[in-house]
Design a protein around this ligand. Structure first.
Ligand code: HEM
Ligand SMILES: [Ca+2]
Length: 299
């Protein structure tokens, strides 16, 4: 029930307003790209794409964003949506007419395009969710040590195929991971699926007992460009997380990795199809949602 021209009569310039705000934020703070894309993923997999991840804890409610796995969501993703929403609300016709969930979907599209990835038409018409509870996050998001079966199952729960999962994992062509998320691969015995030179680079960047805030780029080759380098890295044993490298190690997923390493165009087509499907997960309409005045506060 989502449509590309949902706001045509409600707030006709919403896409250019959001794009301008996101572009400004991106130029000030390039790490906004990873922060925003990961925020969209973590939103959609918990109660659907409804901006439930943006809600702040209050009173006796511990919200999704305070679940352990979400504590590493970078603040710049939230800030991007808040700024874009403020820009939209500044237009009288648009005030409180555009959902936080839709702004997150548009901002995600915009940061991907700004960093060299595909630009695609984004479907709109999501409402914001009415609940946000940390316990809703339990078991819904994959961890860095997930097996291929676990990854495939967690995406299947959301109507996404193994091929969608592999395409979406290429979001790890940008952004950062904390040393703690892969330190088990570079200890005294290095993960045999990791390239030894890459492993020793990582050991240098992430010494044992390093500051827990230390992070490194997920894509060591083109960390700021949204491209198919992710798959080429996997072919070289240069996937940072175990959940990345397993996509090449396991013969069920390897053909997709090889195909998209070979073809940037093929990757882009698969990625756009998969992120469009991701954007449809659990969408709220009618009485199941509303448009929040403040993305961080349920209303
Ligand atoms: C397939 C299973 C996935 C696993 C196990 C996974 C896990 C992780 C982990 C552990 C990090 C590092 C977090 C940190 O240390 O701060 C990360 C970062 C990231 N993930 Fe994933 N992820 C998966 C899929 C996805 C998908 C589908 C997307 C989006 C479409 C995505 C987007 C990102 C981005 C952009 C970052 C970098 C965040 C930043 O720079 O702030 N991931 N992911
Ligand atoms: Ca959500």
């Amino acid at each position: 029930q989502l449509t590309q021209n949902y706001y045509a009569n409600i707030c006709p310039n919403v896409e250019s307003i959001v794009r301008a705000a996101v572009t400004k934020k991106f130029l000030e703070t390039p790490i906004t790209v990873g922060a925003t894309v990961r925020l969209f993923f973590h939103d959609c997999f918990v109660q659907g794409c409804d901006a439930s991840v943006m809600v702040a804890s209050s009173g006796n409610n511990t919200a999704e964003k305070d679940h352990a796995i979400n504590l590493s969501l970078a603040g710049d993703g939230f800030d991007t949506v808040i700024r874009a929403r403020a820009a939209v609300d500044a237009v009288p016709q648009c005030t409180n007419k555009v959902s936080c969930a839709d702004i997150l979907a548009m901002a995600t599209r915009d940061v991907i395009a700004l960093s060299g990835g595909p630009s695609y038409a984004v479907e709109l018409g999501r409402l914001d969710g009415l609940r946000s509870s940390a316990t809703d996050v339990n078991g819904m998001l994959p961890g860095p040590d997930s097996s291929l079966d676990q990854l495939t199952n967690m995406f299947a729960v959301n109507g996404l195929s193994m091929s969608d999962m592999i395409a979406l994992s290429a979001a790890h062509t940008i952004g950062f991971a904390h040393c703690t998320t892969f330190s088990n691969r570079i200890g005294s015995t290095v993960d045999p699926t990791m390239d030894p030179t890459y492993a020793s680079q990582l050991q240098g960047a992430c010494p044992a007992n390093a500051n827990p805030n230390l992070a490194v780029g997920l894509d060591p080759v083109s960390p700021r460009t949204f491209d198919n380098q992710y798959y080429k890295n996997l072919q070289q044993g240069m996937g940072l997380l175990k959940s990345d490298q397993v996509l090449f190690t396991d013969t069920r997923s390897r053909p997709f990795v090889n195909a998209w390493a070979r073809s940037e165009a093929g990757f882009q087509r698969a990625f756009v199809a998969a992120i469009t499907k991701l954007g449809r997960v659990g969408v709220k309409t009618g009485a199941t949602g509303n448009i929040r005045q403040n993305c961080a506060v349920l209303s």
